[in-house]
Design a protein around this ligand. Sequence first.
Ligand code: NAD
Length: 479
Amino acid sequence: MTEKIVVSGVSVDTRHWIGGRRVASAETFTDSSPIDGQPIGEIARGGPPEAAAAVAAARDAFPSWAATPRAERARILHAIADGVDKRVEELAIVETTDNGALLRSHRHGVMPRVAHNFRFFADWLLRLDHEDFDTRGHRNHVSWDPAGPCVLITPWNAPLMLATWKVAPALAAGNTVVLKPAEWSPLTASLLADIAAEAGLPAGVFNVVQGYGAEVGDALTSHPDVRRISFTGSVPTASRIAASAAANLTPLSLELGGKSPLLVFADADLELAVDLAVEQYDNAGQVCLAGTRLLVEESVAEEFTRRFVARADALRQGDPRDEATDIGPNIHPRQLEKIDGFVRRAVDAGARAVIGGHRRDGQFYAPTLLTDVAQDSEVVQEEVFGPVLTLQTFADEDEAVRLANDTRFGLAATLATGDPERAERVTAALVAGTVWVNCFFVRDLQAPFGGSRLSGVGREGGTWSFDFYCDLKNTVTAP
Ligand code: NAD
């Protein structure tokens, strides 16, 4: 296999990163770009031997990294952040080539935030208290001990962002890591390995194993030396991982799919509501948090739809490297087929495509809005993960809440309303890990992030991340 490929002018190593060195596999898989469907390169295809080697490297490196003073761990994480900052342009173009998301968003938003992820968790670590309190003269001392080797498994829709939400707190906590990026977007994880090594992270503390989930994933998640598994991806994969982790009772964090509602009340600023609704097409609809179910109060539904269609029609779909593009391609022909299947079945069942409802040349799906959809229909209940929104109307607040909560998911909800008391009432009634009122996608790393119901198990962010990645210990000392 070719050890290094040049991706849009950037050299990327195609091998695994295990124990501080590059490791090839006999087999490879082809990584293609959603921009033109063309192959980018052959990537090492790991299996059980590579998984075992990576966990062994993480296990061997753990005692020394766990014993490294917090300030030193934080210093190295800051050095990684500096390395990311220096390579923002390279990371941005490689990520865009690999997963088709907008270059302007990678360049101005995502990659600078990847650097922020490392700085944030390094600084949070230094603020994490070792609590002390007395019980009948005995002193209780609570410490946040590193847990051990962690397996982190991530999807393709925001590869480096989602990976570093896990990698940064896991490393900060004193754990060692094996990261398995998605096979449709393997490249920036490899660049992160280079950056971490340059920043002085000791060998074996951070490892990257490439390959298909079914081949390398099970060997990672069933390994008895792994002390934490953090997974972002789909519900069916999460079930398999949970079953695989069960033998060793390995603690799990699961960030899964959604079918989030966006509620528009008649008292809302309608322009804002339309802005929020159009935003749901971001990343070609490949966003777990997307409010894909538009629920609009009857009295404003016609006007809302008119303005929405005008705005959606003006979106530019095309090459994600072009700064003027609003919507890029979808990740893979298989995903495109899946999206189209959802829409065709919905239309066959009586839905009307107000806009879109079809593919476009290349790997693109036209932004779609479906009306006349039944609450119990597949397109209302299942995650499409493409630029497909449904619109339903409601008569009053009770019906709005009922429709919003009538789902197996509970990741997020967005509401547009001009009435703060209504916002409070509705928010209290919604089942969702995050509720945005008159805004969308605002995320502070210190806030808990995660889903209820099938959308996940546990929360990431601030102290919640350390809660997961640490073994809390209480020491009671006699007077
Ligand atoms: P997926 O479940 O197919 O794959 C995710 C990862 O799991 C990939 O790295 C894959 O290789 C790996 N994997 C697959 N089978 C495995 C196995 N048996 N053992 C171990 N690993 C395995 O999901 P996807 O299609 O890549 O991602 C889309 C999904 O992710 C959507 O449902 C989306 O909503 C969800 N998502 C959730 C969040 C969140 O924070 N809640 C964020 C982004 C995406």
